[in-house]
Design a protein around this ligand. Structure first.
Ligand code: ADP
Length: 491
């Protein structure tokens, strides 16, 4: 693995953005940021704690009550369009930084450009489309009633490490579109791209205090943000266990909360499916980003007549996937994000074997010239049933549990036999089957003959232990606003 220089990685500790200034933690403490491809430290990050969060929330409140509050919709739109244009020019370095920070291959992070620029432009459009209503009333006399839509105030964004450049946008974009302000806490394992993105926003004219970034631990900085009495809303993406803590902490001041949590999504392949598409489609639907995607299709249900053939083809396909140096444009899968995540995933390899699964491909940490990093191969487990731990628990690694089914009704029942409800897919040439399965699987997102497409214009939300709160589309923007009803006596 070749070490590469990056202009952002200049050896100086990375500071936090509070009130428009780049500052150290009040304690002066820092922590290491590791490149998961090499296991080497590439930067030091300021270790923000509760007192730093307090400073950031105060800065966000000041900005909310200050000149930012007087930005007109077209002013906010202009800012967002300028961020999009600036980002377009700066993106090539930014995606390399994201790759060095969390391991996703450059072939993946470079595709974020289109996605992020479009998201900024979509939400910029939303900024000028906010509107209240004028409901008619029958109250005696002459009463006029109307509703206003007003920004909620200070938002806390807490995001995970599996795709921070994208994750942060889910709170940055609606914040800017609505006139809220934001304190963002990126994950310990992947904060660098978020810090660089903030520099780009500043270059594009972001007013001081509108977006603040506090790096630090979840148990200290994150917990303080979730509990902070002056934060009006928390937008969280991460694990189900942490999501529950966030919801509990939010109760202190009745914050609004949106939580996008884990998943164990069913990918259902019928015997009539076009296997030329279904095999790589289901494969990458599970393995993409080394399986570190909340809606990954990790339970692959295959109709019995094609089960053996499918397992064989999926295993063969998984062996063609290039795992390795994330900066090589031909690489399809990079390392897992951390040594902790590596232990979690390799532990599930052991659990699967102990449960009696057959490892059709993968199933061991990769060594050789990848031994320094946190690499595992795409792994196909066959002979699985839906009640095994590997089929029930979110692994967050490139591990497909392939499970046989006989009938459509059984596929739907097994697909729904999970605590989660984030995503799912169906592969078939029968239009009736496609519609019925898409309708009857309980999940916030369903794909037909494809897997994992998302765009900022198209909403998604989870069910059950996958959490709640809309991301994407117009409804997402509305979740950053409150409705105020005004009654006016005209008589
Ligand atoms: P993981 O365990 O895979 O790192 P988490 O859901 O714990 O996933 O992390 C997602 C984000 O939540 C990270 O930014 C993390 O720092 C933060 N976090 C972790 N614990 C807490 C907590 N108790 N309160 C608030 N944020 C937290």
């Amino acid at each position: 693995m070749i070490e590469r220089a990056h202009p952002f990685l200049d050896g100086k500790p990375k500071r936090m953005l509070i009130g428009g200034h780049w500052v150290d933690a009040l304690s002066g403490e820092t922590f290491d940021s590791v490149n998961p491809a090499t296991g080497k430290v590439i930067a030091q990050l300021a270790e923000g704690e509760a007192e730093d969060v307090d400073r950031a929330v105060a800065a966000a409140r000041t900005a909310f009550e200050g000149p930012w509050g007087r930005f007109k919709p077209f002013d906010r739109q202009a800012l967002m369009l300028n961020i999009a244009d600036t980002l377009e020019r700066r993106f090539d370095d930014l995606c390399v930084l994201e790759t060095l920070d969390m391991g996703a291959p450059i072939a993946r992070t470079s595709t974020y450009k289109r996605w992020i620029v479009q998201a900024l432009r979509f939400y910029a459009g939303q900024a000028v489309a906010l509107a209240g209503t004028t409901p008619h009333n029958s109250f005696p006399g002459d009463m006029f009633s109307y509703t206003l839509r007003a920004p909620l105030g200070v938002v806390g964004g807490i995001i995970p490490w599996n795709g921070p450049l994208i994750s942060q946008l889910w709170s940055v974009c609606p914040t800017l579109a609505t006139g809220c302000t934001l304190v963002l806490k990126p994950a310990e394992d992947a904060s660098l791209g978020v810090l660089r993105f903030a520099e780009i926003m500043q270059e594009a004219g972001l007013p001081d205090g509108v977006v603040n970034i506090v790096t630090g631990r979840g148990s200290t900085a994150g917990a303080r943000l979730a509990a902070h009495p002056d934060v009006d809303k928390i937008a969280f993406t991460g694990s189900t266990a942490t999501g529950r803590r966030i919801i509990e902490a939010s109760a202190g001041n009745m914050k609004r909360v949106a939580v996008e949590l884990g998943g164990k999504s069913p990918d259902i392949i019928f015997a009539d499916a076009d296997l030329e598409r279904a095999v790589p489609g289901a494969g990458m639907g599970c393995f993409n980003n080394s399986g570190q995607i909340c809606y990954a299709g990790t339970r692959v249900f295959v109709q019995r007549p094609i089960y053996d053939e499918f397992v064989e083809r999926l295993a063969a396909f998984s062996k063609t996937i290039k795992v390795g140096d994330s900066l090589d444009p031909a690489t399809q899968l990079g390392p897992l994000v951390s040594s902790r995540q590596l232990s979690t995933v390799t532990n599930y390899f052991d659990i699967a074997r102990a449960e009696g699964a057959t490892v059709a491909s993968g199933g061991e940490r990769l060594g050789g010239d990848l031994a320094e990093g946190f690499f595992v191969p795409p792994t196909v487990l066959s002979g699985m049933t839906n009640d095994m731990r590997t089929a029930r628990e979110e692994i967050f690694g490139p591990v497909a549990s392939v499970i046989a089914f006989d009938t459509e009704e059984e596929a739907i029942r097994l697909g729904n036999d999970t605590q989660y409800g984030l995503g799912g897919a169906v592969w078939t040439r029968d239009v009736g089957t496609a519609h019925r399965v898409a309708r009857d699987v309980r999940a916030g997102m369903m794909w037909v003959n494809c897997y994992g497409t998302t765009e900022s214009t198209v909403q998604s939300e989870g069910l059950g232990m996958s959490g709640y709160g809309v991301k994407g589309g117009q409804r997402h923007v509305e979740e950053y606003l409150y409705s105020k009803t005004v009654w006016m006596n005209l008589a």
